[in-house]
Write a protein that binds this ligand. Structure first.
Ligand code: FMN
Length: 166
């Protein structure tokens, strides 16, 4: 095992880190021209007091500018049956919301996707550049579980499943 940056092959980095199962969210933000939506697996709870959450967004992501302009965002926790929506939100499509019947989060004004397990609405607290990603921290405005019993989507070793516990 080596700590030399140059010795870490990106595909090996992805392969090994892929053994950590993650939930899958879509972070949305209201835009002046069109809303942003991006599939995010790095979402994390940070602090209870004050209530902070965060995720890591690639510096190349086109959603980053919209999110920073809006100064607010909503985290949509996907259900296991939302694979198609996940694929669209992980794409570079110009119109990721075509045919998706969203509602609007009261605080952030961001779209809330239909069929999600949970929604966490936030104002943008800080953006910190870390390598090729930005750490986006949000202060929670409101939380909800529209479908608390829906099995959540889980991403693991490049594939999708759900929570199999009791
Ligand atoms: C399951 C899954 C999890 C992902 N997690 C992240 C993430 O945590 N951070 C990130 O920057 N991109 C993540 N992505 C990739 C983005 O969704 C993808 O790069 C997207 O095309 C960015 O869109 P945008 O450029 O319109 O913002 C993930 C994709 C998938 C399928």
């Amino acid at each position: 095992m080596s700590s030399d940056d140059a010795a870490i092959d990106p595909s090996e980095f992805r392969r090994v880190l892929g053994h950590l199962p993650t939930g899958v969210t879509v972070v949305t933000a209201a835009g002046d021209e069109r809303p942003a939506g991006v599939a995010i697996g790095s979402f994390v709870s940070i602090s209870l007091e004050p209530p902070l959450v965060g995720f890591f967004l690639g510096t190349q992501s086109s959603s980053g500018a919209v999110l920073q302009e809006a100064g607010a965002f909503c985290v949509n926790v996907l259900a296991a049956d939302q694979l198609e929506l996940c694929g669209v939100m992980a794409s570079k499509s110009d119109d990721k919301f075509a045919g998706v019947e969203t509602t609007t989060a009261a605080g952030s004004g961001a779209p809330i996707l239909p069929g999600i397990v949970a929604a966490i609405d936030c104002t943008l607290e800080s953006v910190t550049e870390l390598g090729d990603h930005n750490l986006i921290v949000g202060r929670v405005l409101s939380l909800d579980t529209p479908n608390p019993d829906a099995p959540p989507m889980v991403f693991y070793t490049g594939g999708y499943g759900t929570y199999a516990g009791s």
